[in-house]
Design a binder for this molecule. Structure first.
Ligand code: FMN
Length: 409
């Protein structure tokens, strides 16, 4: 796919530098020529040997000795001359600030200043406070005006242990942007969801007992958001309906925030009329209080709350799906396969994705998931522990297989 394309891959001193190994491997799989330029500080985070071995090229670090001797007297110009694209991943606040100010005090910043009109992609990674600082935002804006494109970081667990915005974008989205910039395509060379109208639900719902208390679940929206990003990368027209979440919705989706199961149900029903595919990754409450108190309930002895079932959206839609593809999720604690198969049948689903939420690194709040995909023939596909991004793409692969089998969606 990227045969004949040379990517100058800048690596800077961020904790996310370990992820560059995977990005380089993926770019090499696409036949790109990858030439790594590291900052001196980046060497504290990932070894030069690793990047040299993976890129199958010399790694350039210093302006005046090793790289100079490798690339002649003006390494920054010689390296820059060979580039079809510059990718800086991870990009520290420091390199972004330096390039925005025209500072060229090491090999990478000097090479970038020599980029001319060639495309430059920067994938920032830093602590949320740094990412949200006025100084950083000012520098980013300056570079955007100069034509640099940014691959926005994600919300997620940061090096400091807290959750926030600033985590390096996923390997998938970085590689997709490189492919898109270089050859105007994307990783999924057929754009296999192009023109399909997709609804994805994400997050959990809240059922209010009184104005300040609710019954909810720990869903964060990560799986649904990964599905929405996956569908976007494959050029679908995406509606993302999500319960409360701290995640930032991807650009280019129609985003509908909701809170309760009733609101989720209404939003899904309204959107379903115009959809081809529905993937329900949201954890929707099965019960709600019979009555929501208008005023905050005062503390006094025992409190009994009468509950009633919420509407079963998927079951409702199963009866009117009329050729549309519907995919459900089942978060189970026991009898996984049996329960999931019953749900698939009852709700007239095409696929059900089931996960055992008692396992570590699976389900709610986790970055990874361990799922099984069951189809109408009752075949069970077991996936290994994958990131939610990877699981999302496998689910879209399966949906595309169904589209091709059914045709006429
Ligand atoms: C453990 C550790 C992790 C760091 N992670 C980041 C980071 O993710 N993003 C960032 O902008 N700076 C980070 N820094 C600070 C940079 O390493 C520092 O600003 C350095 O000067 C960047 O140099 P460079 O841009 O030339 O590579 C980190 C520092 C330490 C000690």
């Amino acid at each position: 796919m990227l045969t004949g394309k040379t990517i100058i891959f800048g690596v800077t001193g961020s904790i996310a530098a370990y992820k560059t190994a995977e990005i380089i491997r993926r770019l090499k799989d696409l036949n790109a020529n990858v030439r790594v330029v590291m900052t001196v500080n980046a060497v504290n985070f990932i070894g030069e040997t690793t990047l040299r071995t993976l890129s199958q090229n010399p790694v350039y670090i210093n302006m005046f000795h090793d790289s100079g001797s490798l690339e002649g007297p003006l390494p920054h110009i010689t390296i820059s001359d060979t580039a079809d694209l510059f990718l800086i991943a991870p990009a520290t606040a420091n390199i972004i600030g330096k390039v925005a100010s025209g500072i060229a005090d090491d090999l990478l910043s000097t090479t970038l200043l020599s980029a001319g009109n060639k495309p430059v992609l920067m994938a920032p990674a830093m602590n949320e406070r740094m990412y949200k600082s006025h100084i950083y935002k000012h520098n980013e804006k300056k570079l955007q005006i100069a034509g640099v494109k940014f691959i926005n970081p994600e919300y997620g667990k940061l090096a400091c242990g807290k959750e926030g915005e600033g985590r390096l974008a996923s390997v998938d989205s970085i590689v997709s942007r490189v492919v898109d910039t270089l050859i105007g395509g994307n990783l999924f060379d057929t754009y296999d969801l192009k023109g399909k109208r997709v609804i994805v639900t994400a997050g959990g719902t809240r059922e209010y007992i009184d104005p300040v208390r609710f019954i909810g679940n720990p869903a964060t929206g990560k799986m649904g958001f990964a599905l929405a990003r996956g569908a976007l990368a494959r050029e679908a027209d995406v509606t993302l309906i999500s319960g409360k979440t701290f995640l930032v919705p991807p650009k280019n989706v129609k985003y509908i925030p909701v809170e309760t199961a009733d609101q989720m149900g209404k939003a899904v029903l309204d959107s379903f009329k115009h959809a081809d595919i529905l993937v329900m990754a949201a954890a929707i409450g099965d019960f709600k209080p019979k009555k929501t108190e208008k005023n905050k309930i005062k503390r006094k002895g025992m409190l009994k709350i009468d509950m009633k079932p919420t509407d079963d959206i998927l079951e409702k839609l199963g009866k009117i799906k009329n050729g549309r593809i519907t995919v459900g999720f089942a978060a189970e604690t026991n009898n996984l396969i049996k329960n999931a198969k019953t749900k698939l049948k009852k709700k007239n689903l095409d696929l059900i994705v089931v996960n055992d939420i008692t396992q570590p690194d699976a389900g709610f709040e986790s970055e990874t998931n361990i799922v099984k995909i069951i189809d109408r023939a009752n075949d069970v596909e077991e996936l290994p522990k994958w990131t939610k991004e990877e699981v999302a793409h496998r689910i879209w692969d399966r949906i595309v297989e169904l589209i091709n089998k059914n045709k006429g969606v």
